[in-house]
Design a protein. Structure first.
Length: 275
């Protein structure tokens, strides 16, 4: 069954790639979706958004190690695609270039993971382009571009601000989301509260995962290896919310999470011991 499921994922991924087209303009090349085929991304090749290349309007910047996330407005015919998030992976030296050829770059991993998640119904910003500039022997940059989400808030900030009457519902729905994520074979590898964006609609919450640089989808591994990846994810997540959630809330989140998994009581006890 796992092999059939993996084959189905690969087939749907291939179909989704067919919906993308190659992009080439000057030194900038890569893949773009059909929805973004009319957008001119050539300003990215100027200086990689440093300094600001007109006509892009950058109105939010977040720096993290070598990578920078820009929230920008692109002029284009489709108003839905004018607000975009661009993740600039900075300079890529020869060693990183070779590793990217062998194992896939962070930008390529994000592109693949985001498409697989959308195929499986897991919330994440819709990817529209994977671009790079430069050539072998020269400094190059890679860009992963998604549609910018509106009316969302990082989970960590929302837990500090949410109404007490809606807090229990948020925790229950979050636990079910994480359980579904792991049940479908995804391993985020950097599952922190700030990497989960939440959109509140009345009493319902929609969750979106970001920062997919190291995210993988495993379907053909033995169950004890899958459990190890899940445990690593959960340990990192609980570490970031330990001071925000009470002990009872963490217990409720864990029980609801395990209810979404097809796991035995023994595995539940093992998870509780390590968490």
């Amino acid at each position: 069954m796992a092999a059939c499921r993996q084959a189905g994922l690969e087939g749907r991924m291939a179909e989704r790639l067919k919906m993308s087209s190659q992009y080439q303009k000057g030194s900038l090349r890569g893949w773009v979706t059909e929805a973004a085929s009319n957008i001119d991304f050539s300003p990215l090749a100027l200086r990689g958004l440093q300094p600001l290349p007109l006509p892009l309007e950058v109105y939010k910047v977040k720096h993290k190690k070598r990578r920078t996330v820009y929230r920008t407005r692109f002029p284009g015919p489709d108003a839905r695609l004018r607000d975009l998030c661009i993740k600039n992976y900075g300079f890529v030296n020869h060693l990183l270039l070779i590793c990217g050829w062998l194992f896939g770059s962070y930008a390529q991993n994000s592109w693949k993971a985001a498409n697989l998640m959308l195929q499986e119904g897991i919330g994440t910003p819709r990817p529209i382009a994977l671009l790079e500039t430069g050539s072998f022997g020269k400094t190059r940059r890679r860009f992963f571009i998604t549609v910018a989400l509106k009316r969302v808030m990082p989970l960590e900030r929302l837990l500090l601000r949410i109404r007490p009457t809606a807090r229990a519902s948020l925790i229950q729905q979050l636990a079910a989301f994480l359980g579904t994520l792991h049940e479908k074979g995804f391993y985020h590898a950097d599952l922190k509260a700030n990497n989960i964006l939440v959109e509140e609609t009345s009493q319902h919450f929609d969750f979106y995962l970001v920062d997919l640089d190291r995210t993988r989808c495993f379907q053909r591994l033995p169950f004890f290896i899958l459990d190890w990846f899940r445990l690593v994810d959960l340990r990192k997540f609980f570490k970031t919310v330990r001071d925000i959630l009470t002990q009872e809330e963490r217990k409720s989140l864990f029980n609801t999470y395990f209810a979404a998994l097809s796991s035995s009581m023994v595995r539940k006890i093992v998870f509780r011991f390590f968490l």
